[in-house]
Design a protein around this ligand. Structure first.
Ligand SMILES: NC(=O)c1ccc[n+]([C@@H]2O[C@H](COP(=O)([O-])OP(=O)(O)OC[C@H]3O[C@@H](n4cnc5c(N)ncnc54)[C@H](O)[C@@H]3O)[C@@H](O)[C@H]2O)c1
Length: 370
């Protein structure tokens, strides 16, 4: 067996929701990666030491700490995994990149334009590999759908519709509800996920025309960010995009859906049936074949872990696949599927959505680091 290379990971903000998901995914990535680069769960950093100690115990991190700078300064730490609220991302990411670390940062990359600019500048100057936490594209069915589109199976894309609906905001969403605490609205929190899917499946977006909602259900609801919205988009190819997202959508717990209409066929996906891609391909004589065929993703397809189709896949496989992609990039010196520059590209579209909703007009994304 080849010597494995240990890559020591420090996670910043590891007690939270994504801290839990990443703690499990790093453990799985060590087993799943085909490369010799094996992640080791070295340090969990939290805002206070008791919480960090409890998290280390609960999620299996070797050490606990409460000062992220002191941990980033350590020579023995290779990867910094940032899972704090987004307004903290830029300081941690830039500090880590300047010290030669590999950096995995959760989405959205950052909320403020100047923070995104700082990250892009630091990432371009850095020796470390970076990745952004757009995990859903690493679901095997979505990867298969992307393969179908890229291989021309449905012809040229005419129209693509993307949705992400949740009912989370009917309960307390903590920092997500306030700009000052890192919140940036459903447009950024879940809108960024479907924008990543749209870029992955269809391509870059040239302009958007958006409308956002902020619905107050109670008198004491003091949230200052949007809770949903919709926008039209034109892709660079000329295809039309239709996007809808809401965190006040009763009964939809994590409902990600898309449909892509092509000149030769169509594709549909629903996260709640995530081992299946619906495919329609026009017959050679141009006549309809009677609608979509539900195709379970085949065993052996990229992203499928077990050698039998339809065993089911969940939330951790895509996150783990994303980490495996990142580890492979560290070992091979390549760029992972979604690095921080890609995170900035997605944020430039979120920015355009905000500007469009404010000005009630079509807005083109302004690239970062131009
Ligand atoms: N990719 C996904 O599917 C997905 C899902 C949920 C959240 N996220 C992203 O993950 C990030 C975190 O979201 P979350 O839901 O886990 O939030 P969370 O509030 O559950 O966790 C954030 C953690 O950061 C910690 N923290 C705050 N200040 C700190 C400091 N100075 N030092 C160390 N730790 C500190 C908090 O104590 C908390 O435990 C956000 O960017 C969010 O958008 C991504």
């Amino acid at each position: 067996m080849a010597d494995s290379q240990e890559l020591k990971v420090a996670i910043i903000g590891g007690a939270g929701f994504m801290g839990s998901a990443h703690s499990k995914s790093w453990a799985l990535a060590a087993l799943q990666t085909p490369t010799d680069a094996k992640p080791v769960k070295a340090v969990v950093v939290e805002r206070d030491l008791d919480l960090a100690l409890a998290t280390a115990e609960k999620f299996g991190w070797a050490e606990a700490a409460d000062d992220w700078k002191a941990i980033v300064d350590r020579d023995d730490i290779d990867i910094i995994d940032v899972v704090t609220p987004p307004h903290m991302h830029a300081d941690i990411v830039c500090y880590a990149l300047e010290r030669g670390k590999h950096v995995f940062c959760e989405k959205p990359i950052a909320n403020a334009r100047e923070d995104v600019e700082r990250i892009v500048t630091a990432a371009r100057a850095a020796s470390g590999v970076t990745a952004i936490g757009f995990n859903y594209r690493h679901n095997a069915s979505i990867q298969y759908a992307a393969h179908l589109v890229a291989s021309g199976a449905i012809g040229d894309v005419i129209q693509a519709r993307f949705e992400y609906h949740q009912d989370d905001a009917f309960s307390d969403m903590g920092w997500r509800r306030y700009k000052a605490r890192g919140g940036s609205g459903a447009s950024s929190d879940i809108g960024s996920h479907i924008l990543d899917l749209a870029h992955y499946l269809v391509g870059d977006i040239a302009e958007v025309n958006a409308s956002l909602t902020t619905v107050k259900l109670t008198d004491d609801d003091d949230s200052d960010v949007d809770d949903g919205g919709a926008f039209l988009a034109h892709f660079d190819t000329g295809a039309l995009g239709i996007f809808s997202f809401s965190q006040k959508s009763h009964g939809n717990f994590a409902h990600i859906r898309f449909e892509i209409d092509g000149t030769e066929g169509g594709i549909g996906f629903d996260w709640n049936q995530r081992d299946v891609v619906r495919v329609f391909r026009k017959a050679a004589d141009g006549r309809s074949q009677g609608g979509f065929v539900a195709t379970p993703v085949a065993a052996g397809a990229p992203g499928v872990w077990f050698g039998s189709s339809s065993l089911g896949s969940g939330y951790l496989e895509p996150s783990t696949n994303l980490m495996v992609d990142f580890l492979g990039a560290i070992e091979g010196g390549d760029r992972p599927q979604g690095d921080l520059e890609h995170g900035a590209r997605i944020q430039s579209v979120v920015d355009a959505v905000w500007k469009s909703a404010e000005t009630r007009s079509w807005v083109a994304p302004e690239p970062f680091g131009a």
